[in-house]
Design a protein. Structure first.
Length: 96
């Protein structure tokens, strides 16, 4: 099943990975691995994320204070945000 990132979600993921890498060598790759692990789980179990309404779901990453916010469609996934838990809730809603 294809997974498509909203451009801003892709930027959020890359920016967070770079910030973690700058803080501690190797942590950027661990962050990206956690995002990849979450997406693989969501592809297998699309409704496993927390329901946020309007067919949008959220899945928290292990070991990092981020969630993958996504829409599951019959033909794939759209990642709307890779959202830090301290960021304002729902800031990504306009990305639909």
């Amino acid at each position: 099943m294809p997974v498509v990132f909203h451009p801003e979600a892709l930027w959020e993921m890359q920016d967070a990975a770079q910030a973690y890498e700058d803080q501690n060598a190797g942590f950027g790759h661990k962050f990206l691995g956690a995002v990849e692990e979450a997406i693989e789980l969501l592809v297998r179990f699309p409704s496993s994320g927390r329901d946020l309404g309007d067919d949008i779901r959220s899945h928290s990453l292990r070991r990092f204070p981020f969630s993958v916010v996504y829409e599951a469609h019959h033909d794939g996934f759209c990642i709307l945000a890779v959202a830090h838990h301290r960021r304002a809730p729902g800031y990504w809603r306009e990305r639909r």
